[in-house]
Design a binder for this molecule. Structure first.
Ligand SMILES: *Cc1c(COP(=O)(O)O)cnc(C)c1O
Length: 345
């Protein structure tokens, strides 16, 4: 058996519900980057649409189009990666909202809208200190004026103002919010207030209600991935369980059919994994197989859970990530296509 990433739709729906009620009345935008954090975009979109999610954040336009194909025409899809003219054309035709962090990108979008006779939906991004793509405060008024001119020409609707914050310290996030609110005020003075104002991701949306806009862009917590070095999140549990099969038993150890070539970092040796008899130490990780400390009655064909909600004694992806100084998302997104994604409920 190939290793499997088993996905629980019921856990995903429950997480989405917990997050949605926590952030309400702010609307939950489900973030889908990196193939829905390694879970698989189509399954995540389908399940979220059934749960009534109306906003999706897809990072790049290509996955925005894939999201549109699955979700249909009724949902809003926000793609914020600066993209080529061909992709902009696709976005305009598929009614994708575009995140815009430079005046140059704004101009390219306006010129493609003019060429296609389309109207772009634009969310302007203010740089609130993270310096990760965003209009600098000193350029903000002229960017807004330019967007408003295109709006008056019917080429664009200024549908949102947004930014991204570090979520590393409350003080820095407060400074970022002040810059964000200043940018929103300038936009409001220049014309109608856009319908989507969004600043926060999982951690700040959950813990800092005063920072939320009327939309919250959330990925990690919906998939049940808590922040590294952060607490457990009430009502939220891991959606995915990574399972590999025992292929050999020798000297009290069980060999499983998964290794670093499948995306399992070899530095995870020493972690606890789940077995039919509870938690055991993952002794070593080779290229294609790994070795787990054995348990009474271990047999070929037994299943070992590398991470998951903890039902067999395994820890979460974030707990594994903390051993090697990274984040839970990274453990999931590194898994290769040899790991089959299987929906179990
Ligand atoms: C990844 C990302 C998010 C979601 O972050 P989580 O911590 O996974 O909730 C939100 N906004 C932007 C711009 C992102 O890149």
């Amino acid at each position: 058996m190939r290793p499997e990433l088993r996905l629980s739709s019921s856990a995903f729906r429950a997480n989405v519900e917990a997050v949605r009620s926590r952030v309400a009345p702010s609307a939950l935008m489900l973030v889908l980057k990196d193939d829905a954090y390694g879970h698989g975009l189509s399954w995540a979109v389908e399940t979220a649409v059934e749960a009534g999610i109306g906003w999706f954040g897809s990072y790049d336009i290509r996955s925005g189009i894939a999201t549109r194909r699955v979700a249909g025409g009724d949902v809003r899809i926000f793609a914020w990666a600066t993209s080529s003219d061909e992709e902009i054309d696709d976005a305009l035709l598929q009614d994708i909202d575009l995140g815009v962090g430079t005046i140059d990108y704004l101009r390219r979008i306006v010129s493609r809208a003019e060429a296609l006779g389309a109207r772009a939906r634009v969310h302007l991004k203010i740089d609130t200190g993270l310096h990760r793509n965003g209009v600098l405060p000193e350029d903000w008024e002229s960017a807004v004026a330019e967007a408003r001119r295109a709006e008056r020409s019917g080429l664009l609707v200024l549908d949102g103002v947004w930014s991204h914050i570090a979520e590393a310290s409350d003080a820095d996030d407060d400074i970022a919010q002040a810059a964000f609110l200043d940018a929103v005020r300038i936009v409001g003075e220049s014309g109608p207030m856009p319908d989507a104002l969004h600043l926060t991701a999982s951690a700040a949306s959950w813990w800092r209600p005063e920072l939320r806009g009327n939309v919250s862009r959330i990925g990690a917590f919906c998939y049940g991935i808590r922040s590294a070095d952060g607490p457990e999140i009430e009502g939220v549990r891991p959606v995915a369980t990574l399972v590999a099969e025992v292929t050999e038993i020798a000297d009290g150890d069980a060999t499983i059919d998964m290794g670093s070539f499948d995306g399992l970092p070899s530095t995870l040796s020493g972690a606890h994994v789940g077995t039919p008899d509870g938690a055991r130490v993952l002794r070593s990780i080779g290229p294609t197989t790994s070795v787990v400390h054995g348990w009474p009655g271990a047999r070929i064909g037994d299943e070992v859970a590398l991470f998951g909600p903890g039902d067999r004694g395994e820890t979460s992806a974030t707990t594994l990530a903390e051993r090697i100084d990274t984040v839970g998302e990274e453990i999931l997104t590194r898994l290769t296509p040899r790991v089959r994604r299987v929906v179990v409920d």
